[in-house]
Design a protein around this ligand. Structure first.
Ligand SMILES: CC(C)(COP(=O)(O)OP(=O)(O)OC[C@H]1O[C@@H](n2cnc3c(N)ncnc32)[C@H](O)[C@@H]1OP(=O)(O)O)[C@@H](O)C(=O)NCCC(=O)NCCS
Length: 138
């Protein structure tokens, strides 16, 4: 969708967005994303008009001194338009303000996730179990 990126707004999620987040989460990950239970998390939505096109959830309490990306999803109809990038850049700005470096996890061999994360500016930081921890390294 040409020019869509400029029309997308990224903001903190409100209770009215929770149903849409849950729907997208179920579609993308095949499990429920119950935002109400994530009390200490930072939850962002990307909206196109009144439509929630994607969301990002991050937490400051999982790894000391860091902000960890817990979930990030863009609805299939809105992919490759820069929305995932916008969500991560907003999370990064928030994390830097809080002086907590942003980190992401990826399973070894998950090349699509790695391609996306590296194109946005993450770099491999260290292996962990059967996955990798990446940190923002632009
Ligand atoms: C990963 C995801 C969030 C990307 O969202 P998006 O809005 O499509 O991403 P962007 O448009 O910002 O992509 C930026 C760049 O990342 C790379 N990229 C994105 N999706 C990619 C894919 N499926 N395969 C390879 N590279 C990809 C490209 O370089 C892209 O730039 P380009 O479109 O100019 O080539 C989305 O595909 C998604 O929801 N996937 C399923 C859930 C998931 O894997 N979440 C974890 C993310 S860490």
């Amino acid at each position: 969708m040409e020019g869509l990126e400029a029309a997308v707004e990224v903001r903190l999620a409100e209770p009215a967005d929770y149903a849409a987040i849950s729907r997208i989460g179920k579609l993308v990950f095949r499990y429920e994303t119950d935002v109400k239970r994530l009390q200490d998390a930072c939850v962002l939505v990307a909206t196109y008009g009144k439509i929630v096109a994607g969301f990002a959830i991050a937490s400051d309490i999982l790894v000391e001194g860091h902000t960890v990306i817990m979930s990030l999803a863009v609805h299939c109809e809105f992919r490759r338009c820069g929305i995932g990038t916008q969500l991560l850049e907003t999370l990064q700005a928030t994390a830097v303000l809080d002086q907590r470096p942003l980190i992401a996890m990826a399973a070894l061999g998950d090349s699509r996730r790695m391609d996306f994360l590296q194109s946005v500016g993450f770099r491999v930081y260290q292996p962990k179990g059967d996955g990798l921890v990446l940190t923002w390294g632009k």
